[in-house]
Design a protein around this ligand. Sequence first.
Ligand code: BG6
Length: 481
Amino acid sequence: QANKNAFPKDFLWGSASAAYQVEGAWNEDGKGPSIWDEFVKVPGTTFKNTNGDVAVDHYHRVEEDIRLMAEMGLKTYRFSIAWARIFPTSMDEVNQKGLDFYHKLIDLCLENGIEPMVTIYHWDLPQFLQEKYRGWESREVITDFKKYVVTLFEAYGSKVKYWITINEQNIFTRMGWLTAQHPPKMSGEEKLYYQVNHNVFLAHAEAVLAFQDLVPDGMIGASFALHPSYAIDCKPENVVAKMDYDDLKNYWWMDVYAHGRYPKAAMKYLQTKGVAPELEPGDAELLAEAAKHVDFMGVNYYRSDTVEYNPLDGVDSSSVFNTTGEKGSMTVPGVPGLYKNPLNPNLPTTDWDWTIDPIGIRVGCRDITSRYDLPIIISENGLGAFDTLEEDGSIHDPYRIAYLSEHLKEIKLAIEEGSEVLAYCTWSFTDLLSWLNGYQKRYGFVYVDQYEEAVEPSLKRYKKDSYFWYKDVIASDGKTL
Ligand code: BG6
């Protein structure tokens, strides 16, 4: 039986987090404010106005959290670095205490046999860059991002092998410039949205090229929020709608990371609409050169989408989510004239209306393998749910175990079918702040006593049933699945 196991011996069984969602200590040891520290001050932007000032206090409890990871047998921990800890108020001065914190975190991982996996940017841009030139809207950010990444590569390059440049560029730009749910809270700015994305691509490309010189033995790529799609039926117009959807919602990003160019049909469509990004001389060459050096496709997978042709009937594409983060009915998103995304009648949904589709992760892996022939790092996958802390300190989360186990079985099939999957990181290790949804939407293996109304939360850690389940999966190299 042993040789039937698709998961390689050195498979990186992991878990992930992001600085703003776990660290807290938002203004300690010289850290400057980020755009999220500012954004959450505006009442009504997040569920019950919850913010990440304390988050789950990972900054002060990092030893305990890594100890819990080591006890579980975790092979990799993906975390992000807060840019505003390293450069708090200007790009001219490095904050040594910020650098020291991540040295400590990385060293703790290494001492415990856990491979650190660093996300360079997980949405928390330093506020001073927003004020100076409106952050990602200006090409000036490319130079500053390069300076930031070079600082990180020089500091940690000898200790960290796996690097993720940008987390979910497609999500933070959409929610920042189209749906006004993230900073800078703009709505329907389509042209700017594509220009911002272009700037992020260029920053990512500069990082990839700098990496070649500074961390020649490392591996680098971006992490993308993948939405594999299905045409609702075999009507040819719905199949074309699926192609339009994929070009505009998936390949627009993945093609640039992996091939260094934009998909043609989508570019033509955006040019006709007058919202295509403007490229400056040298941009195309930079993107193409960087793509040659990308080592993997990072994939965050939560759900798939269903696609149907959308005649010009005025469906509003901007109202995908409700802004409070509370469970509520979703309107049908889409692009009038191209596609809309009705709910898939064959799939269940989470308490937050996200479709649960384990096969979707296999569809995604297969597609990436065929289209790009790159190794894959699943950098996020998980279930946000309400959990109950029992009086005896236990948390029974069979729904999470079922979700993760079904997804892992499909990844196993994808590997058997030829995809090279290097790592699987669940979202998340401890519970954490779900950007807009407060602490009620829990993802972790470890429950944290933190909640929206808490004045002085105990922040105590409790192992959920899924913690013990994943421990067994890791120990058996996936054979217990
Ligand atoms: C991804 C992000 O979009 O999904 C995470 O990279 C995020 O930071 C996760 O927390 C789950 O989303 P949400 O909205 O449920 O917290």
